[in-house]
Design a protein around this ligand. Structure first.
Ligand SMILES: Cc1cc2nc3c(=O)[nH]c(=O)nc-3n(C[C@H](O)[C@H](O)[C@H](O)COP(=O)(O)OP(=O)(O)OC[C@H]3O[C@@H](n4cnc5c(N)ncnc54)[C@H](O)[C@@H]3O)c2cc1C
Length: 309
């Protein structure tokens, strides 16, 4: 049976949900071993061991891995690939940073953002910003794959995998961690939220964006997203951006407020189960994919909707 090495995405304390989607994809390829690399990551390893379908958790605990620097982590993975047939990472910021370096070191072609597993080496993946789906087959001996989380269910918590501590490869001295400014929020994480309320350029400025959208998001227990125009104009932080160059989301409900529906935005949210669009222009492209379309001025419609909940 093929052995698959899955990258556990975590922040040092909490295992990110995207790991669970990657495990579901990897389980279709073979026996799943999850690599937890970091510093002081015993808790993360325990959480990974409980994921259904995981056979083994490999723990590499070293200060060099504390911030997931690809330059330090990739040599570790390269060593482990002697015993594995595929490296699978969630298509998160960290996964997308590490996987190409691993692919280069293995001298194989990376298969990015798979949507389905069609065979041992055959996958589907989006091209042209998700407007076409390509079926690709690798001829490489080892596979390096990133997984689009929205295309695979999250593996549950019924597992009890063994945890094995492995040797580390240390600091390669090629890069160093300077700092991170991480936006903290009480709201659910954008990529795993059941409901997302997103705002666009029409929200005017940062205070208006907050004033109009946050009460609705709070009422619904929703994550807040934004179009790139809203992010570029400084209404919302970068990690709120939904779309081709932002995050890919597929919540149960996506509410697009004052967003035109440019193809690059749709690439990030069109797989949402129910799409609600509020826009004053009835010709706005977002209405072509909306399940519920409200042609209205958002400054009237959103407060009225919030008040009615
Ligand atoms: C390479 C590339 C990558 C990109 N990646 C992304 C990406 O990841 N994500 C992304 O979002 N964009 C991305 N873009 C940008 C994209 O092309 C659009 O420019 C952007 O999505 C537009 O944002 P918007 O809908 O907020 O603004 P606009 O297109 O300006 O739309 C604003 C909408 O608000 C409506 N409106 C105005 N006032 C009101 C009101 N009072 N009430 C109700 N409705 C109102 C208008 O009718 C309009 O439809 C990318 C572009 C490129 C070239």
């Amino acid at each position: 049976m093929a052995q698959i090495l899955v990258w556990a995405d975590h922040d040092g304390a909490v295992l990110k949900d995207a790991t669970r989607n990657a495990v579901t994809a990897a389980a279709q390829l073979g026996a799943v071993h999850v690599l937890v690399a970091g510093s002081g990551v015993a808790g993360v390893a325990q959480a990974a061991a409980m994921i259904s379908g995981v056979a083994k958790v490999l723990v590499a605990d070293d200060a060099a891995y504390a911030h997931g620097l690809a330059e330090n982590v990739a040599p570790l993975i390269l060593g482990l690939m002697a015993d594995h047939d595929a490296f699978v990472a969630p298509a998160t910021t960290t996964g997308k940073n590490i996987a190409p370096r691993v692919a280069a070191l293995l001298d194989v072609a990376q298969i990015s953002e798979i949507l389905s597993v069609e065979g041992p080496k055959r996958f589907t993946r989006p091209i042209y910003a998700g407007n076409a789906i390509a079926t690709v087959e690798s001829s490489d001996a080892k596979l390096v794959i990133t997984v689009r989380g929205t295309a695979f269910a999250k593996a549950g918590d019924a597992g009890s995998a063994q945890i094995e501590t492995i040797g580390t490869t240390g600091d390669r001295g090629q890069s160093s961690f300077i700092g991170a400014e991480v936006a903290t929020s009480e709201r659910p994480e954008l990529t795993s939220a059941r409901v997302v309320v997103s705002g666009g350029r029409a929200l005017k400025d940062a205070p208006t964006f907050e004033q109009v959208l946050f009460p609705l998001a709070d009422r619904l227990g929703a994550a807040v997203g934004a179009s790139r125009a809203a992010v570029d104009a400084g209404y919302a932080p970068n990690d709120c951006q939904v779309g081709q160059t932002g995050k890919i989301v597929a919540p149960e409900v996506y509410i697009a407020v004052g967003i035109s529906g440019a193809i690059q935005h749709l690439a990030g949210m069109k797989d949402s189960k129910i799409i609600v669009a509020i826009n004053k222009d009835e010709e706005a492209p977002i209405f072509q994919i909306a399940d519920i379309a409200l042609v209205a001025d958002l400054f009237e419609a959103v407060p009225a909707l919030t008040a009615s909940l």
